[in-house]
Design a protein around this ligand. Sequence first.
Ligand SMILES: Nc1ncnc2c1ncn2[C@@H]1O[C@H](COP(=O)(O)OP(=O)(O)OP(=O)(O)O)[C@@H](O)[C@H]1O
Length: 319
Amino acid sequence: MTDLAIAATGLRKSYGDKTVLDGVDLAVPEGTIFSLLGPNGAGKTTVVKILSTLIGADAGEIRVGGHDLAAHPQAVRAGIGVTGQFSAVDGLITGEENMLLMADLHHLPKAEGRRVAAELLERFDLADAAKKPASTYSGGMKRRLDIAMTLVGDPRIIFLDEPTTGLDPRSRHTMWQIIRELVTGGVTVFLTTQYLEEADELADRIAVLDDGRIAAEGTAEQLKRLVPGGHVRLRFTDPAAYRRAASALHHEVTRDDTALVLHVPSDGSQRELRLLLDRLDASGIEADELTVHTPDLDDVFFALTGGTRRTVQPEEAAR
Ligand SMILES: Nc1ncnc2c1ncn2[C@@H]1O[C@H](COP(=O)(O)OP(=O)(O)OP(=O)(O)O)[C@@H](O)[C@H]1O
């Protein structure tokens, strides 16, 4: 069995009478990317803060990097890096000075510190900007500097709290590449994101946090299988054609009589599409528009974060 980089059971946290985490379990295998998804205010940052020792949980067993967090917080801190909403970048000093400051914090000898700083600035494409104050950096450069600073301590587990929020598409793709390279180097990444596409693109496993609980957990593929959502959408302009189609396909369709749209459940495969088209042809019906919709993480997200309390296991989808 793969060793777990992060293992948490029964995490609870309340602020006054507001319960933010209501029994959260997490298991993140070493060397993987794990993504915690959830709507605003779901408690993602709270989870990151607890797992990275910044705040305490009210209850729960937590092991990070093989260390019991409650008993050995220092050992946990030594093995992790955290970047994101509480960035460590100081805008008043240069990128290089920020890096050297980190090297000092990690007690690296001066020459070693300079070597590591130069190497990381180069790796994150910041060598040319190294002597400029960090306040002059673009959003993407600041995020890269933030990650570079985290890597000075050579952490085995990195927490990235919404690492691409506010970045333009090019910077976002650069950040994705950086994250993939981190994992290739054996690092475990715990990522929170509000972008479903990002979790889909990067994460080995995804947990959907809703209302203080994990609503579902699995690979992107497993999660997509949890929700019905695959369908063919047929749109008509002629009400008579619409009615004929609705009666020809009557028990399989969902109707929208106002928009003259029919939704026919389908896995989007060539075989199912041909069957559908054959049936429409046989009845002499022609739709004005036909689009195939396969479920994506958006469907999962909206289906699971509607305030329900049922935990859905990926195995259920296979049945
Ligand atoms: N120190 C605090 N005192 C009181 N309530 C807090 C505190 N920190 C967080 N909360 C509340 O806990 C809930 C979860 O917050 P958290 O920041 O973890 O959510 P999140 O999922 O990271 O959201 P977002 O995507 O908006 O950052 C929110 O309702 C927030 O208002």
